[in-house]
Ligand binder design. Structure first.
Ligand code: HAM
Length: 419
């Protein structure tokens, strides 16, 4: 019986992989310009990291983690997100002892046992950045700017930036208390999940997707009006810097994010009309995370963007580098395998993208194949020509064919291809 890939996963085939590569290149280039170094952490971590880092009452920890016992009976979890692992690595590798701030970025697979649908997978990829050791609201503005610039560089317009502040351990209890006071009397109108949220995580009452719960929430107290003096001032500065940089945003006091580590700034980048999967990225400040996983407190801020969702948005646009076929395709005509094999090696050695036939098909079929894969030139290694030390060179764009000395064909191709 045939075996299929697990639900919620995808195979990225070469044509699609090229798009991934060009996005990854954009990311690496942008991160270099902004001064971020790459960090690669394991795809699995001690389960406890996410319990303590992401939060016991989040959907991720309650329902979505791929958790298993290894042969040594240790509980491990495939990382559902990158921030807690990077914070763990920052601590474990004593990056706090290096000059601060530490600016890190990552690209890699994450795993959540979500219900798969368009734009939502069980294995998906994120590009994320994290800054450790910076309290300054200008750092919040920097990561937001980076995210916005990334989408701008990909030519994705029409995205909206939603911005909020979710307070700190000083003002969060005030926000919570006010929300509980408001929702308690109305909770009978809300969904069963919201009833649990009221007891466990009242802030999340604000971002329930159920329409009747949202209706109830419309009259709820505005968390932004309950911020302490420090959080208010910090938020005002973040907004000031965004204004300074002409980054447009919408204030959204209902934006609470699905992870518990956030303090102060929280933001999301939304696809208009995207429905339940409307966020292409999100992030914020998390000044308590490093402390929660066993370190001394370190202020930090970052974001992660979903790469599958980014690519879905790009589907509507033309492929930036449409099919790049080989520079040369070597066609074998007659008993010329040795000469062709040597020629292919020389062409590749000269840095030219080169392919050849391996199926023993007819000359005509090889030419047709070369056309299909988009070869720019075809080199025909034929028995008769070879006796005179020649090969035939065909320009697939003009259709012109000339005889060239075998010894000179590499140089000639380098010259005409400017390589
Ligand atoms: P998040 O909002 O959970 O944040 O995920 C960030 C992005 O990952 C989402 O906006 C979405 O584009 C993508 N994403 C999430 N789940 C899926 C899925 N099942 N399928 C496809 N794409 C998905 C975080 O993960 C935080 N670590 C972000 C952060 C970094 N905050 C501070 N630093």
């Amino acid at each position: 019986m045939q075996i299929f890939r697990p639900r919620g996963t995808t195979d990225i085939l070469p044509e699609e992989a090229r798009k991934w590569q060009s996005i990854e290149e954009e990311i690496r280039n942008l991160c270099r310009i902004y001064g971020y170094g790459e960090i690669r952490t394991p795809v699995f971590e001690a389960t406890d990291l996410f319990h303590r880092g992401v939060g016991e009452t989040t959907d991720i920890v309650e329902k979505e983690m791929y958790t298993f016992l290894d042969k040594g009976n240790r509980s491990l979890t495939l990382r559902p997100e990158g921030t807690a692992p990077v914070a763990r690595a920052y601590l474990e590798n004593r990056l706090y002892a290096a000059p601060q701030p530490q600016k890190l970025y990552y690209i890699g697979p994450m795993f959540r046992h979500d219900r798969p649908q368009a734009g939502r997978y069980r294995q998906f990829h994120q590009f994320g950045v994290e800054i450790f050791g910076a309290e300054d609201p200008a750092a919040d503005a920097e990561v937001i700017t980076l995210a916005v610039e990334f989408f701008g560089r990909l030519g994705l317009t029409g995205l909206t930036l939603h911005l909020n502040s979710v307070g700190c351990p000083e003002c969060r209890p005030v926000i919570r208390e006010k929300l509980v006071g408001y929702f308690e009397a109305l909770i009978w109108k809300c969904c069963p999940d919201c009833r649990i949220r009221l007891a466990k995580n009242p802030l999340r009452l604000l971002d329930c997707k159920e329409e009747h719960c949202r209706e109830v929430g419309r009259g709820a107290p505005n968390p932004l009006e309950c911020l302490c003096v420090e959080c208010s001032a910090h938020f005002a500065q973040v907004r000031h810097y965004l204004d300074l940089l002409n980054i447009a945003y919408e204030l959204n006091p209902r934006l609470v994010r699905g992870l518990d580590y956030y303090t102060k700034t929280a933001f999301e980048i939304l696809i208009p009309g995207g429905g339940a999967q409307d966020a292409v990225g999100g992030g914020g400040r998390y000044d308590g995370l490093v402390g929660a996983i066993g370190g001394s407190p370190v202020p930090a801020v970052g974001f992660a963007l979903g790469l599958e969702r980014t690519l879905l948005l790009m589907k509507n646009k033309a492929d930036p580098d449409a099919v790049a076929g080989p520079d040369a395709f070597v066609v074998l005509a007659g008993d010329t395998a040795d000469a062709a094999t040597r020629l292919v090696a020389r062409l590749r050695g000269a840095g030219l993208a080169t392919d050849r036939d391996y199926t023993g098909r007819s000359l005509k079929a090889q030419m047709k194949y070369a056309g299909k894969v988009g070869a720019r030139y075809v080199v025909i290694v034929g028995e008769d020509e070879l006796e005179g030390g020649n090969v035939a060179l065909k320009d697939m764009e003009t259709g012109r064919q000339t005889e060239v000395l075998l010894e000179e064909v590499v140089e000639r191709l380098r010259r005409v291809l400017k390589k």
